[in-house]
Design a protein around this ligand. Structure first.
Ligand code: URA
Ligand code: CA
Length: 426
């Protein structure tokens, strides 16, 4: 038998005998170098999905996928921390948290992703800024993180390549929804960034990847336990995604929201950004006070430096409307009554249909379009206060989005909004 034959490793998982470090290394190496075939990778994923891994197997797979590419190491005068969320609607926390945590003395080398499906992606939002580059080479990434304290960049081809291949195969083989595979996928990439500490924000509710509270809590626990065993301190929060986090969804529109919070704006985006930033600092052993850094303008100043260092305009904060692109058609979504519930995923699909998100990884996004001034649960729509404003590229696109958004809002009596933070896992 060929010593690199993945079949015995797949068979062991299939038969409930688990995955050890040697087997995980063989699979991860074979995913990265092509010696594991697509058929074998799909069988591996399905075996894991159906039989599950124990904690040991999950840690082994996470470590092996992390080590399938280049692992960054830092030598910086402060803790190296990051935040990750599997994704939500109107979730612009990363754009607030990254400079905020850096302004408190920690370093945030954030390697982020693009939106796919109904959730947005941080890179797409940042790239709404003219001139801003996210495809930094490693030496440029290191320079910005060292000098500014933070950077937000795209993953290069050498970051956890085993995950890039397995994720595509999972997408084609109905094996995305395994907590073991999601955990290894997320953490392999984050741990390859060389973090000391990681805060995870697992969304739960009508716009989340995981709708139910038990699944979200199980993922939060798996992420924290696996990260800790792989050598990275971690804490997870399960947070509300029964409504968009910010009052906007769409790339340039969400950037306006993030800038507003950096300049003192109130609301759920500020509240969650502060909570997760404080957790990053506490976990990393930093000293700073996140609320003070936000209110003093230190975080805003750090954001401006990060944007300029990545090629964006130096006066974005002073004049966001001068730099960020805007849509030619803006239309109100009328409604009458109290907001009882929101189909948040449908709002995400409305943004995709407007051209602001992707159905396929290769799609281009229109940074101008999306939804703004979204009414929140418990608020009242009146003739003067619509449910939302649609920002569209054309009248026809606006018509379709107005109908989708109106249908996504359930008006009437309801229990009111749930708590922003639903659970904490340490
Ligand atoms: N995000 C990832 O990077 N991987 C998953 O499997 C799910 C969400
Ligand atoms: Ca959370």
């Amino acid at each position: 038998m060929n010593p690199a034959d993945p079949r015995p490793v797949i068979a062991a998982i299939r038969d409930g005998r688990g995955l050890d470090a040697a087997g995980a290394a063989l699979i991860a190496r074979g995913l990265a170098d092509g010696s594991v075939s697509d058929a074998q990778a799909a069988a591996f994923a399905m075996a894991v999905l159906l039989r599950g891994l124990d904690g040991t197997g999950r840690v082994a797979l996470t470590r092996a996928m992390r080590d399938s590419g280049h692992v960054l190491r830092w030598d910086l005068p402060g803790p190296v921390v990051d935040k990750h969320s599997p994704g939500g609607i109107g979730d612009t926390v990363s754009l607030v948290l990254t400079p905020l945590v850096a302004s408190c003395g920690a370093f945030v080398p954030m390697i982020s992703g693009r939106g796919l499906g109904h959730t947005g992606g941080t890179l797409d939002k940042l790239e709404a800024i003219p001139g801003l580059r996210t495809a930094l080479a490693e030496d440029a990434f290191r320079r910005v993180v060292t000098q500014v304290g933070c950077a937000i960049v795209a993953a290069g081809p050498d970051l956890a390549p085993a995950d890039a291949r397995l994720y595509a195969i999972r997408d084609e083989s109905a094996t995305v929804g395994s907590i073991d595979l999601i955990t290894a996928s997320i953490l392999s990439k984050k741990l390859a960034a060389g973090l000391d500490a990681l805060v995870l924000d697992v969304k739960q509710g009508s716009g989340a990847f995981l709708r139910g509270s038990e699944a979200a809590l199980a993922l939060a626990r798996a992420l924290v336990d696996t990260a800790a065993e792989a050598g990275c301190r971690a804490r997870a929060y399960v947070t509300d995604m029964d409504q968009p986090l910010a009052r906007a969804a769409g790339n340039a529109l969400e950037l306006h929201e993030a800038i507003a919070v950096l300049k003192g704006g109130q609301g759920a985006l500020r509240d969650l950004s502060l909570a997760l930033s404080s957790a990053c600092l506490a976990l990393g052993g930093g000293q700073g006070d996140a609320a003070r850094a936000l209110d003093s303008g230190a975080a805003a100043e750090r954001f401006a430096r990060m944007v300029a260092a990545q090629g964006g305009p130096s006066d974005l904060l002073e004049h966001p409307e001068r730099h960020l692109p805007s849509a030619p058609v803006v239309r109100a979504v009328p409604g009458h009554g109290r907001v009882a519930a929101i189909d948040t995923e449908a709002l995400g699909h409305a943004v995709v249909a407007l051209g602001g998100g992707r159905l396929h990884a290769r799609d281009r996004v229109d940074p101008r379009v999306g939804l703004a001034q979204l009414l929140r649960i418990g608020e009242e729509a009146t003739p003067d206060r619509p449910l939302a404003l649609v920002h569209a590229a054309s009248e026809a696109a606006a018509d379709a989005a107005v109908a989708t958004v109106a249908a996504a809002y359930l008006l009437g009596d309801g229990p009111g909004p749930g708590p922003l933070i639903r659970n904490e896992v340490t």
